[in-house]
Unconditional design. Structure first.
Length: 371
């Protein structure tokens, strides 16, 4: 059966901003203003004000953003960075590309967010940073992790790639640690028209290092202070991000309404575990992730009914082939592993309708119960 309800609808978002963005793109093409410029500077200022930080540096993608953040706080070859096992591999890749070592820990069973007790147990003399991941749209317990980091003299580097607009009692995601990296991959709550990312910080010295590193280690043309990388934000992405940022609160509110609707629709379906919001969090529902048994069969039945679903993520990072050299084994992080076998992401996007959600709920009910 052809897909009736997509997992993600980006076309509706693009259509909403097209009249605003296309004239700017035309001006950029005619002027050949592709690197830097006023639109990049404007977006950086707008996003800094939105998050509540002093500095935002637009960069090429979320992975580069994290690498730059780690490098700027001094993570180097041989250092260790503590992070959750159930994250996208980019969190670990950003550490490995420096020559440092990702140290995985388990997550709490209610929210699937990094477990602060596991973090503390994983710290060694080689630990240089902790990387809490704001997973699925809600903020990790950074307020519990910061005292641990401070006691050991290490930094907190947030992975805020799934949390644009999310907050906790401690503040907005991306403004809680010393520095944070985020992704503006098209499917994010705030998505570009291609790859893009940003680094956020209140530390002026860190911001200066990040800008330098992202431009080949250069602050003055052909003067190179350090070995950097080419990680600048494309100018054509900036007006897209600015236009979507102006709509982000409304789109996130629509996601919250959709999440509440899903919770109500699914509450009476035996065999479906719905997500729980951590106390004090304002979730922006980047993903709506349920847990079911016999997931592959459930997915197949939902596909037969034209409903798009996904898995975020099917394999904890310590069990991937890429990180087999670290000696990870099944049973090492039981909460993350058990969840990885059961999690299922349902369609979630700002333009999702109540009628579409009803169809998703009916398909899921049939898939888990046969009726």
């Amino acid at each position: 059966m052809s897909q009736q309800i997509p997992f993600l609808d980006l076309a509706s978002q693009q259509a909403e901003i097209a009249d605003e963005v296309l004239p700017i793109w035309r001006e950029q093409f005619l002027s050949a203003g592709f690197i830097g410029g006023r639109h990049v500077a404007a977006f950086e200022e707008e996003y800094a004000a939105y998050i509540g930080v002093e500095h935002v540096i637009g960069v090429s993608n979320g992975t580069d953003a994290l690498e730059l953040a780690f490098r700027a706080v001094g993570v180097s070859a041989g250092d260790e960075v503590v992070m959750p096992a159930n994250t996208f591999i980019a969190t670990a890749e950003a550490v490995s590309r420096i020559g440092a070592v990702p140290v995985f820990v388990d997550v709490d069973p209610q929210h699937l967010l990094i477990d602060p007790d596991a973090v503390e147990a994983a710290i060694t003399p080689r630990t240089r940073a902790i990387a809490p991941v704001h997973l699925y749209g809600q903020t990790a317990p950074v307020e519990r992790i910061l005292p641990i980091a401070q006691a050991h003299g290490i930094d907190v580097v947030e992975d805020a790639a799934q949390s644009q607009g999310a907050s906790s009692t401690a503040g907005r995601a991306g403004a809680l640690g010393r520095v944070a990296g985020t992704s503006f991959y098209p499917g994010k709550n705030l998505g570009a028209a291609g790859d893009a990312g940003a680094v956020m910080t209140n530390d002026a010295a860190v911001a200066e290092v990040i800008r330098n590193l992202a431009a080949h280690g250069s602050s003055v043309k052909y003067v190179h202070d350090r070995i950097g990388m080419n990680a600048r934000l494309d100018a054509v992405q900036a007006p897209v991000l600015s236009a979507k940022l102006r709509r982000l609160d409304g789109w996130n509110a629509a996601r919250r309404a959709a999440a509440a609707r899903y919770t109500e629709l699914l509450s009476e379906i035996d065999g479906v575990q719905t997500p729980i919001v951590r106390e004090g969090n304002e979730d922006v529902w980047h993903l709506f992730v349920v847990q079911v048994d016999d997931r592959e069969q459930v997915m197949a039945k939902m596909a037969d009914r034209g409903v798009g679903v996904a898995i975020h993520y099917p394999t904890p990072v310590h069990l991937t082939d890429a990180y087999s050299f670290l000696g990870g084994a099944r049973g090492q992080f039981p909460v993350a592993e058990a969840a990885a076998d059961r999690i299922l992401s349902l369609p979630m996007f700002p333009h999702l309708t109540a009628q579409q959600q009803g169809t998703v709920a009916d398909a899921l009910r049939f898939a888990v119960s046969g009726r």
